[in-house]
Design a protein around this ligand. Structure first.
Ligand SMILES: Nc1ncnc2c1ncn2[C@@H]1O[C@H](COP(=O)(O)OP(=O)(O)OP(=O)(O)O)[C@@H](O)[C@H]1O
Ligand SMILES: [Mg+2]
Length: 463
């Protein structure tokens, strides 16, 4: 940590049975200042690991004796934080995906670009160094209660703050997960703001809100005449974000075709505009977010596994607010100040009784719901402190509100379908109101996919 102690030279183990490849890697990586050991098969690699520790392992998957995946496994057993990079000559990435599952950090399909490999080696080693340092850093950071405008003092949030600082500087793709309203957006912006890309654009795209037919042209841009209505060339968001960050929100909503295209961008850092012939290079950092369980989506075949591994390089999970209750009073107080000022009201505090209700409530809509409740309370409050009466009824009612009613067949004529329609209409309207009109969030509150939400919203003409 202390700046006057030089970092030791990273030790690399390169395993490839092809002599020319091995020599080339040795020469190039030595020139980059690493301490490089080479092995021409799996056994030699294992022997080398017996004698020394390596910061990074770069191995071909297909080796004459023991395969590279086995070498990877052995390396991980010896040192969990050895960075492992795999090379494969086969277009099929199945084994590579298997390797990622076993903890490989990345893979290269031969023939690959040597400069890209050098860059990846450097950035993975840098990320590893930061991870190690971070353990020390954490102790220093323990006192921090607010990061950017993100408030929190729960151990989970403190860990997230230091994680954001650590990973911001790396070029790695980040996946931010968590329920709706937990602050994924805020975290994505904080990562960008702390990164070397901070002076370049941060461009956000909600993959769930853009119609599927437009998503591709939004991301990649299009050439004039690419489709009806494309009357001029248009830059896509990836080009607009050049040297900055692209934030792909609700990535779980992306359809299969787009998933393939995105995978290609992440793998090769190049793409083609819709209707275009030229390949465009993309210098972007990608941050993705989702409130879905992507591993489940992968298991169900709704999300590509190879894309998942490409995105899930670093994951930041935001726990629901109910699992970090110590943050609630802090965040509530912050919102109180904000809205009192914004609405020009002299509301200075939250009464003990109101705070007890706020702390006891489950906040299914997380921080966003808390934000809306405080805004409402400040607007309604006629005294200097927020009293329970100004809180939304369901917060005031505590945990014993049951929205589900037991069905009873009414006397006389009854139309079940109309009745069910009415239930849908009411719940969707309420969810939309709670979500501040944002459909993706309303869908989440109802436990619906965005797709079916849209269907019903359209059916009942609700916006
Ligand atoms: N820890 C926090 N401190 C202060 N404000 C927060 C915090 N977390 C979230 N917020 C605020 O709560 C609101 C919701 O956060 P955000 O939009 O980042 O959530 P999200 O996880 O992206 O939700 P969704 O999945 O619905 O898109 C925002 O207004 C944000 O500023
Ligand atoms: Mg969001």
């Amino acid at each position: 940590m202390s700046p006057d102690v030089a970092a030791p030279t990273p030790k690399l183990l390169v395993v490839d049975d092809e002599p020319s490849m091995r020599d080339m890697l040795r020469i190039v990586l030595r020139r980059d200042g690493y301490d490089v050991t080479v092995a021409s098969n799996g056994r030699e690699a294992l022997a080398a690991m017996e004698h020394g520790f390596f910061d990074l392992l770069l191995t071909d998957i297909r080796l004459p004796d023991i395969d590279g995946v086995q070498v990877l496994r052995e390396a991980k057993v010896r040192h969990r934080d050895t960075v492992a990079l795999m090379m494969t000559a086969y277009a099929s990435t199945e084994t590579a995906v298997e390797a990622m599952r076993l903890g490989a950090a990345d893979y290269f399909i031969k023939p690959f670009n040597m400069d890209e490999l050098r860059l990846k080696v450097r950035s993975h080693l840098e990320a590893r160094r930061l991870r190690v340092e971070n353990v020390l850093l954490k102790r220093v950071l323990e006192t921090s209660h607010s990061f950017e405008n993100i408030v929190g003092r729960s151990p989970a949030m403190l860990e997230i703050f230091s994680m954001v600082e650590t990973i911001a500087a790396t070029p790695s793709t980040v996946l931010v997960t968590g329920e709706s309203g937990t602050g994924k957006d805020l975290i994505a912006r904080a990562i960008h703001a702390h990164s070397l890309r901070k002076d370049h654009p941060f461009v956000a795209l909600n993959c769930g809100a853009v119609p599927e037919t437009l998503l591709e042209s939004e991301l990649f841009g299009h050439m004039r005449g690419a489709f009806t209505g494309a009357d001029a060339n248009k830059k896509g968001l990836i080009e607009a974000a050049e040297r900055g960050t692209v934030f792909l929100d609700e990535i779980g909503e992306m359809n299969a075709t787009m998933q393939v295209k995105l995978l290609r961008v992440l793998q090769e850092r190049r793409f083609r505009r819709l209707g275009g012939t030229d390949e465009v290079h993309a210098d972007i950092r990608v941050i993705a977010a989702t409130n879905q369980d992507l591993t489940k989506a992968v298991a169900e075949g709704r999300f590509r596994e190879d894309l998942f591994y490409r995105i899930n390089v670093i994951q930041i999970h935001l726990p629901p607010l109910r699992d970090r209750r110590e943050d609630i009073p802090l965040i509530a107080a912050r919102f109180l100040d904000r809205f009192a000022e914004r609405l020009g009201k002299r509301v200075r505090g939250i009464s003990q009784e109101a705070m007890a209700l706020i702390e006891a409530y489950a906040w299914p809509g997380n921080v966003r719901e808390l934000e809306n409740a405080i805004e409402r309370a400040v607007a309604l409050e006629r005294t200097e402190t927020v009293l329970p009466e100004s809180l939304p009824p369901h917060v005031r009612a505590g945990g014993d509100r049951s929205p589900v009613q037991v069905a009873k067949l009414p006397e006389g004529a009854f139309d079940l379908e109309a009745h069910v329609d009415q239930i849908y209409r009411d719940h969707i309207t309420e969810a939309l109101a709670k979500a501040g009109g944002v459909q993706v969030r309303a869908a989440e509150l109802l436990g619906m996919t965005f797709r079916s939400f849209r269907y019903y919203a359209k059916k009942f003409n609700l916006r």
